[in-house]
Design a protein around this ligand. Structure first.
Ligand SMILES: *[C@@H]1O[C@H](CO)[C@@H](O)[C@H](O)[C@H]1NC(C)=O
Ligand SMILES: *[C@@H]1O[C@H](CO)[C@@H](O)[C@H](O)[C@H]1NC(C)=O
Ligand SMILES: *[C@@H]1O[C@H](CO)[C@@H](O)[C@H](O)[C@H]1NC(C)=O
Length: 344
């Protein structure tokens, strides 16, 4: 049973919360990364740029920075990687300053994302965190990226890569617009409302597919941006979102429209590239274990985030695999406060 906190401590907690909610935490500068010897920058097959897109916002900043750091640490040719950050305009300059000063030698571009684009298309889901406009920015990747980018890897901010990202970049997408690890044993029924299944015009979007539609997680995707543009995927996703707004055909944030547009037409990527669910289940955030098989990417999807659990001294066992990539700098005074808090 929690003991009532003494009033001064309660006040201190309130102040700490206010500060952490409004200011950007300090980060250590990452070491400079250089291409390995077998990485020919000018000429040779290795001179293609690997484009990676992520969102950048205050709430997940610590995760995004750890993700970038992990990609660089495991890359043979880190200087060939270009990061594209989709950023809401509200904190644009501050976030730019943070990311460029943490990774001074990295090729970085920031793309402002206007949350008004999706404001009237989002309906509330079972988890509020999934309703943030920036969570939908991935739908607009093809519009936001410069036309010169023809392939993109999209990464969520709550993951770390523990393999050379070039291995993911070089996969063959075949005829497909999008590649991702698929999970064909997932129960599809529960992702959509009974109203969806009871309406043949809606549910037929799955029956007409040649391949069985399988679940995939939108936190790790390889996308052919040109094919995406040609097929008008953004407009297709938007029209499902408009339908959702009027008829509530699913429960969870940005995933179901992706299942509706791409389900059954996803290029299958090895499961090692998205060991997902490490954040725990959506309601209680209980600790999860790894799925069997090799691991190239660890993804803390689900309710809990490793940095929050580590800060509150209640980490899950696998959070220790995230910690080595944490560039958050905690000044001595705040660790003293942490001791004080854990004593309370
Ligand atoms: C490597 O760079 C050279 C010079 O910029 C270019 O002509 C060539 O097409 C590039 N090779 C590949 C595989 O992209
Ligand atoms: C981001 O900040 C860097 C300096 O840290 C600056 O050179 C660059 O122009 C800024 N980018 C944008 C898009 O404002
Ligand atoms: C899938 O879930 C629905 C309810 O969401 C349930 O009625 C059905 O039995 C489940 N199917 C399987 C194969 O588990």
């Amino acid at each position: 049973m929690p003991l009532p906190l003494p009033l001064p401590l309660l006040f201190t907690l309130l102040i700490i919360n206010l500060i952490s909610a409004t200011s950007i935490p300090p980060f250590r500068e990452a070491p400079a990364f250089r291409n390995g010897e077998n990485c020919d920058i000018i000429g040779g097959a290795a001179n293609t740029t690997i484009h990676i897109a992520m969102t950048l916002d205050i709430t997940y900043l610590r995760g995004s920075i750890a993700a970038v750091f992990s990609v660089l640490r495991h890359s043979t040719c880190p200087q060939n990687i270009a990061f594209h950050f989709l950023t809401s305009s509200r904190h644009f300059n501050t976030l730019n300053l943070t990311i460029t000063s943490t990774f001074p030698s990295l090729s970085i571009s920031l793309h402002p994302f206007d949350p008004l684009l999706v404001r009237n298309k989002i309906s509330t889901s079972v988890r509020r965190a999934l309703d943030q406009p920036l969570n939908y920015a991935r739908i607009y990747l093809a519009d936001l990226l410069p036309p010169s980018v023809s392939r993109i890897i999209y990464f969520d901010s709550d993951l770390v890569v523990v393999d050379d990202v070039a291995n993911l970049w070089s996969i063959n997408l075949g005829d497909h617009v999008l590649g991702a690890p698929e999970y064909c044993h997932a129960n599809f029924t529960s992702y959509f409302t009974p109203k969806f299944w009871a309406t043949p015009e809606l549910s037929k979007s799955f029956s007409k597919k040649e391949r069985t539609p399988c679940y995939f997680n939108t936190g790790v995707m390889v996308i052919d941006v040109n094919k995406w543009r040609e097929s008008g995927c953004t407009r297709k996703l938007e029209s499902w979102m408009r339908l959702q707004k009027r008829h509530r055909i699913y429960e969870l944030g940005s995933l179901p429209p992706f299942l509706l547009v791409f389900g059954g037409e996803v290029e299958r990527i090895e499961h090692r590239w998205n060991q997902h669910g490490l954040g725990g289940d959506n309601i209680r955030g209980l600790c999860r274990d790894l799925h069997p098989g090799p691991v190239s990417l660890l993804h803390w999807s689900g309710k809990g985030k490793p940095w929050l659990r580590i800060d509150s001294n209640r980490p899950c066992p696998l959070d220790s695999l995230w910690a080595p990539y944490d560039l958050h700098y905690s000044p001595p005074s705040s660790s003293a406060a942490a001791v004080l808090l854990s004593d309370g």
